[in-house]
Design a protein around this ligand. Structure first.
Ligand SMILES: [Zn+2]
Length: 351
């Protein structure tokens, strides 16, 4: 899978190649977002880029896909990963035990060839329901099982065939049962050298917090919704950022009231929007990408991107993702947004 074959995730793809080029490859990461929006596709392209022997760099301003880099697609690693047949890259996914349809096959290891065909056919965009349909099962009880966890631990401790990274991608990681998750925790606590564990999930609310806290979370935006942001987000974002810079408590408090009054879904979208704006700023600061801010406030759009730098960006994303996580869990919105405001204010001032 190449980044250029993935629609609607340009900024994320650029952020990932940027981090690989800078040598910042997280031992364990969690790509969170709908499979149909490319979360598994991005994971595969990311791994391919890491393994590629001949990474290609472009000028994003002139690249037809707006990408700053991509894998070559032709080196032996690229070819094997595109065929999902690389000896150091393993895929784990929910399996079903329905005997008549899967002939008694029990774990992901038994269904490798089926899953390979499934992913190749739909370019890694097929949903869990598509996977059940592909297997011909109607009882939707797929799980990532204990046997899979044993396989993951074994794969990650085996010596790599080619001295490269050993990678395990777990698709629909929220389907891990408790035993699997606990076995996996040990691997996360004691990472071995040159291993990559990439969880891909649509919904993190059923994943153990201890697993979440040990993975670098990367949000994959829902590409079906992201094209049009509510108009009001632009002015809210500008006002909020200006308040954070001055930290005017009275005005900040009424801003937080406004955010808290929006309702959970809108709050989550607003945080996704904010995260997206930060990415645009970082790309502008770092890679000289065209300034993607379009808030309608020209003065703000010109000045704000410089506030986001490689030194504060990662913590900003983390603060935004922690706030989203808190809101998903019904945390008090006022407290969440107030804490987030303090964190962001500090990070932006200490750029
Ligand atoms: Zn390559």
């Amino acid at each position: 899978m190449l980044f250029r074959d993935i629609a609607g995730q340009t900024d994320l793809c650029n952020r990932l190649t940027e981090s690989v080029d800078a040598g910042r490859i997280a031992h364990a990461s969690l790509l969170c977002g709908p499979t149909a929006s490319g979360s598994l596709a991005v994971a595969l392209a990311y791994v391919q880029y890491i393994y590629c022997e001949n990474r290609q760099h472009h000028d994003p301003a002139t690249d037809p896909h707006g990408l700053r880099a991509d894998a070559c697609g032709v080196c032996p690693h690229c070819r094997k990963i595109e065929q999902l047949q690389h000896s150091d890259v393993h895929l784990v996914f929910p399996s079903v035990t329905s005997t008549e349809t899967t002939k008694g096959l029990k774990s992901a290891a038994d269904l490798q060839e089926e899953f390979r065909q499934f992913v190749m056919q739909n370019k890694a965009l097929g949903t869990i329901d598509d996977w059940y349909a592909f297997l011909g099962v109607t009882t939707q009880q797929g799980q990532v099982r204990e046997q899979d966890a044993n396989d993951i631990v074994r794969m990650l401790t085996l010596k790599s065939y080619e001295g490269n990274y050993k990678t395990v991608i777990i698709w629909m990681a929220e389907k891990m049962n408790a035993v699997t998750a606990n076995k996996l925790l040990k691997t996360l606590e004691e990472p071995t050298d040159k291993t990559l564990l990439i969880l891909v999930a649509e919904n993190t609310s059923t994943i153990l917090p201890t697993i979440l806290s040990r993975t670098q979370q990367i949000d994959v935006a829902d590409s079906s919704q992201r094209a049009e942001w509510p108009e009001v987000f632009h002015s809210m974002f500008v006002n909020w950022m200006r308040l954070l810079f001055k930290l005017n408590m009275a005005n900040l408090s009424s801003m937080v009231d406004e955010l808290a009054g929006m309702g959970r879904e809108m709050q989550k979208r607003f945080l996704t929007y904010t995260s997206e704006m930060m990415r645009q700023c970082l790309l502008h600061t770092l890679a000289g990408m065209p300034n993607g801010l379009r808030t309608g406030d020209a003065k703000f759009d010109a000045a704000f991107p410089a506030m986001i730098t490689p030194r504060n960006a990662e913590q900003i994303y983390k603060a935004l993702s922690d706030a989203t996580y808190a809101i998903e869990r019904n945390a008090a919105a006022k407290i969440t947004f107030m804490q987030l405001s303090f964190t962001l204010s500090k990070l932006i001032k200490n750029r």
